[in-house]
Design a protein around this ligand. Structure first.
Ligand code: ADP
Ligand code: MG
Length: 703
């Protein structure tokens, strides 16, 4: 049995009924490259097409429905883009309009007045009339229904595909043809027999047949459960194997001692007592770095939880053991802020810290590179510039990465290569990730959480205000500015249209300016269309308090620290997701003044938007917000995980299928612990399946 060489790995153009043109579209539109990819294009849902409903049963909230009736009228209406063909369909119970905007003349010719038709589509209401736009339609005779499968699959498709006769129905036909032509050993079993038995799962072959063309509800349920479990289990198994590999076999530099540098700083220069959470995390890191294997740790902590101090102390541990460290931030501003903060904390310590960014040039740069290679620099802080090949350390022992999700996996991997034995890696993120997600996305990492804020923080007051109260909001802002504070006003990115975003921002800027005229007030504006140096200058003016107001799109989201800013206004707040709102709000509440977050919205709000605003006003706890976000939006959208691709399961949903996820995790760990090389007879299928999949998925260590 083999997972590589079956007919299912054939390119999709070789499937009967596809050909090069349609193959191109399938690849572009749906990522279907092989026969197997087509089988993995699962139906959205099934409909029972043996049932014909009376037209009168269509109501306002109707979904897809099948009806049958005679066409009593056929009319062309409208002009230009509004031109359409409207057919009136009547059965004993009522009347329905069928509407086509495309292929009008073809359809007009093929339909006959007075003839019975079977019609299927999404029913809606238009001008008080029930209507189906672009229905599936075929000549009707009652005996036609008898031969139909129990449930018909409905496949996702796109407008482009529909235009080339590759709508959901045609995809169904292709899939049906393919499934009828293959045999059991084309879709070999991959799960161990004991697992199949334990859950009474159907075979993989049977599961694929039944998920597309089920013969009964019960067999469909079994099929979908099996395939969901398989998906989660294979993912968890990979993570368990990677983790085991790293724990057992990876080499790491040993930081054996806590030395003079750490102790001196800790006892003489630490400006505050560490929180219990900071202490705990530091201990976890210390243990991890002393064991002789490479640390690969994710450090999560809400904005303002004090991750930088943990990084600094870890770096001192490295220095105590004769190793250099690096600290990489996603923007120059952040790198700069780290550099300023850290050099001032270390001013009485015999530690050399340098800053390397794109704007460090000429002889300064040369000198830094030279000293770095000779070991004269203990800590190098910087941006992506640190990744360049020219940047050579003498003895890099610890690489710290701030605000993890702005860096890709490959970028992080480049840090590894800067030392003979890969350095310990500490990735810090302020995006709280719910535990369920962390376990799935980062199951191969060790992770630490700072779940406590330093004492004495004043919680940020968050309120929701409607557009019509804008003047009052502006008055409030003015009173804060007059007290010497600064204010952020953030506009959303609507993604689809950069031009619209820009116009929206400009209008907003003019509006703010009308309330806050120069020269009494000065405004900075930052947005994605500006050149990096313009952005930097505008940002810097705000940081230095040359301006009191920062009007911007979400580009300022990550990490910026202006403790004097006490108000965050978020425009069109209903357009933001929860975790993004939380990140934005984290820009204020950093000083000793009471801070405010004002969520401005229009009056038309969806229930979900209302829920988000309510949660934001009710809590400042990032982990609570992350859990809610996961509930409301599902995992696909969680910030920072989308690009990782680790959570894009085709069938499983880690919220709704949490029990399967837990089972998959537990069983994969048991199997790997008992048989780390998957050599037991029971596990051989798994081994060859994983082997065949190698390289297909972007599973990778985080760095
Ligand atoms: P983040 O986790 O968002 O990177 P920072 O490391 O920037 O947070 O810390 C936020 C602020 O809190 C800084 O001004 C820092 O000096 C301060 N801070 C950190 N730890 C403590 C502590 N244990 N007690 C008091 N203040 C602290
Ligand atoms: Mg930080």
């Amino acid at each position: 049995m083999s997972f590589d060489a079956t007919i299912l790995s054939s390119p999709i153009e070789y499937l009967k009924g596809v050909g090069p043109l349609r193959a191109d579209l399938l690849k572009k539109e749906l990522n279907i490259f092989t026969f197997k990819d087509l089988l993995d294009h699962f139906p959205l849902r099934h409909v029972d097409k043996t049932k014909v409903h009376p037209i009168s049963s269509i109501h306002l909230a109707s979904d897809y429905i099948q009806v049958a009736g005679k066409i009593t009228a056929l009319n062309l209406m409208g002009e230009g883009r509004g031109k359409r063909l409207v057919a009136t369909l009547k059965d004993d119970s009522g009347t329905l309009e069928l509407v086509w905007f495309q292929a009008i003349s073809y359809i007009q010719k093929s339909l006959q007045l007075g003839q019975p038709y079977l019609v299927y589509g999404k029913a809606g209401y238009f001008n008080g009339m029930p209507q189906i736009t672009h229905p599936e339609i075929e000549a009707f005779s009652p005996e036609k229904l008898n031969g139909k499968a129990f449930l018909d699959p409905v496949y996702p498709s796109t407008e482009k595909l529909k235009a080339k006769s590759l709508g959901g129905r045609q995809i169904g036909k292709l899939t049906f043809g393919l499934l009828s032509s293959i045999q059991e050993n084309d879709l070999p079993e991959n799960l161990p027999p004991s697992l199949l038995q334990h859950f009474s799962f159907p075979s993989r072959f049977e599961a694929y047949q039944q998920i597309h063309f089920p013969v009964s509800e019960e067999r469909f349920q079994k099929a979908i459960n099996r395939l969901k479990f398989e998906e989660l289990f294979i993912a968890q198994l990979r993570l368990s194997l990677i983790r085991l590999q790293r724990h057992r076999y990876s080499k790491g530099v040993v930081f054996a001692q806590v030395g003079q540098l750490f102790n001196t700083f800790y006892h003489q220069f630490l400006p505050f007592a560490l929180t219990a959470a900071q202490k705990r995390v530091l201990k976890e890191i210390r243990q991890d770095m002393g064991q002789g294997r490479q640390m690969n740790r994710l450090l999560q902590g809400d904005v303002g939880s004090g991750k930088t101090m943990v990084a600094l102390l870890s770096m001192l541990l490295a220095a105590d053991n004769g190793f250099q460290s690096s600290l990489m931030a996603p923007t120059e501003i952040l790198a700069n802020q780290h550099y300023q903060g850290i050099t001032s904390l270390l001013k009485n310590m015999p530690i050399r810290v340098e800053l390397l960014t794109g704007s460090v040039k000429g002889s300064t740069r040369k000198k830094i590179l030279k000293d770095l290679a000779e070991g004269g620099i203990h800590l190098l802080i910087g941006t992506h510039a640190l990744l360049e090949d020219k940047v050579q350390f003498q003895k890099l022992g610890l690489a710290i990465i701030d605000e993890q999700h702005r860096f890709g996996v490959e970028q992080r991997a480049r840090l590894w290569k800067k030392a003979e034995i890969p350095p310990h890696i500490l990735v810090m993120t302020a995006t709280p990730i719910p535990r369920t997600l962390a376990m799935t996305a980062y199951g191969d990492l060790d992770y630490s959480i700072i779940d406590e804020l330093p004492p004495g923080r004043k919680p940020i007051s968050t309120v929701h205000r409607y557009e019509y109260a804008r003047a009052t909001v502006m008055d409030f802002i003015r009173s804060e500015i007059d007290k010497g504070r600064q204010v952020y006003i953030i506009f959303p990115l609507i993604e689809e249209s950069e031009k619209l975003d820009y116009e929206n921002l400009m209008r907003g800027y003019e509006n703010v300016k009308a309330f806050f005229p120069e020269p009494r007030y000065w405004i900075s504006m930052v947005h994605g269309r500006q050149a990096p140096d313009v952005k930097e200058t505008n940002m810097q003016r705000f940081v230095q308090h040359d301006t009191q107001i920062m009007v911007s799109t979400t580009v300022i989201e990550v990490g910026v620290n202006v403790p004097n800013a006490s108000v965050m206004v978020i425009e069109s707040a209903e357009k933001f997701g929860l975790s993004q709102l939380h990140q934005l709000r984290g820009r204020v509440g950093r000083g000793c003044e009471k801070s405010f977050c004002i969520l401005l919205t229009g009056t038309q709000l969806t229930n979900e938007a209302r829920e988000r605003l309510k949660i934001m006003c009710a809590t400042n706890d990032g982990f609570v917000i992350a859990e809610k976000d996961l509930e409301l939006r599902g995992p696909g959208d969680i910030e920072g995980t989308r690009q990782s691709g680790l959570l894009n399961f085709k069938l499983a949903n880690i919220v709704q299928d949490k029990h399967w996820l837990d089972a998959a995790k537990q069983l994969s760990q048991t199997i790997v612990a008992a048989d780390p090389t998957l050599s037991a007879v029971d596990n051989l299928r798994l081994k060859s399946f994983l082997h065949a999949q190698k390289g297909k998925l972007a599973w990778s260590k985080i760095s």
